[in-house]
Design a protein around this ligand. Structure first.
Ligand SMILES: O=P(O)(O)OC[C@H]1O[C@H](OP(=O)(O)OP(=O)(O)O)[C@H](O)[C@@H]1O
Ligand SMILES: Nc1ncnc2[nH]cnc12
Length: 243
């Protein structure tokens, strides 16, 4: 067994030994469509092979024989879909049910940690609110600092801000001045990418202060909304695609 979190955090959070780093990526490559459990929704989910994951899976160093990672299917099936929330026409992807499933939650964090450890990442930027759930355990496990990207007027210090539009509204994102240094390497974590406006704002904030975006990472992508196209050169890595 491997301790995921550094020793000053409870030893109760332990993970099974990680699979080789490449097994995750090839799993996406081979994945076939799956469905959410019927009591949640009939919305189909399929395992997703996005941007960087696709590129990496083409790299022979990043491939395995069977290409299957059962953790992804379990994570996908733990996500509940609520139609018409918060307004008609929106199929809301509810990750609170993933959080109730201790194995799915642990595996979600483990998959990201396996991908990002040892890559010289010093900043995990998490987008309020749901990026605050997934970002901190990843940051602790890979030895990076966690930087919150907050809604307006929440941070007490001097901030820089970026406005952006959402699938259902507009918003503004703020980050503390001095939280990051030019030249640092960051990943940006959120639960979901829809239109991509939120992640694009986070990228702009970090790039304004000279931070290199190694990758954006989400649990879920809504590919029909083409959010990936808003991310410029920043790669996107997701676990589950909702169709
Ligand atoms: O790709 P986009 O179209 O920008 O949308 C994605 C964002 O929308 C959701 O957050 P939301 O703004 O609803 O805030 P919340 O997490 O505080 O509920 C989600 O958690 C992402 O942050
Ligand atoms: N469909 C959706 N489900 C959950 N969060 C979202 N944020 C933007 N669109 C969303």
């Amino acid at each position: 067994m491997q301790t995921l979190i550094s020793p000053f955090v409870s030893h109760s959070l332990r993970l099974a030994p990680p699979l080789p780093r490449n097994s995750l990526l090839n799993n996406y490559h081979q994945a076939s469509p799956i469905r959410l459990s019927s009591h949640f929704s009939t919305t189909s989910l399929r395992l997703f092979n996005s941007g960087a994951a696709a590129a990496a899976s083409r790299d022979s160093e990043m491939t395995t024989e069977d290409g299957k990672d059962p953790r992804i299917a379990k994570i996908a099936s733990s996500i509940r879909v609520i139609p018409d929330f918060p307004k008609p026409g929106i199929m809301f992807q509810d990750i609170t049910t993933l959080l109730l499933d201790t194995e799915a939650f642990k595996d979600t964090i483990a998959l990201f940690v396996e991908r990002y450890q040892g890559r010289g990442i010093s900043v995990v930027a998490g987008v309020e609110a749901r990026g605050f759930i997934f970002g901190p355990p990843i940051a602790l496990a890979i030895g990076a600092k966690f930087v919150p990207m907050r809604k307006p007027k929440k941070l007490p210090g001097k901030v820089i801000s970026e406005e952006y539009s959402l699938e259902y509204g507009t918003d503004k994102m703020e980050m503390h001045v001095g939280a990051v240094e030019p030249g640092e390497r960051a990943i940006i974590i959120d639960d979901l990418i829809a239109t991509g406006g939120t992640l694009a704002a986070a990228i702009r904030l970090l790039e304004r202060v000279g931070v290199k975006i190694v990758e954006c990472a989400c649990v879920i992508e809504l590919p029909e909304l083409k959010g990936k196209e808003k991310l410029g050169d920043a790669p996107l890595f997701v676990l589950v695609s909702s169709a």
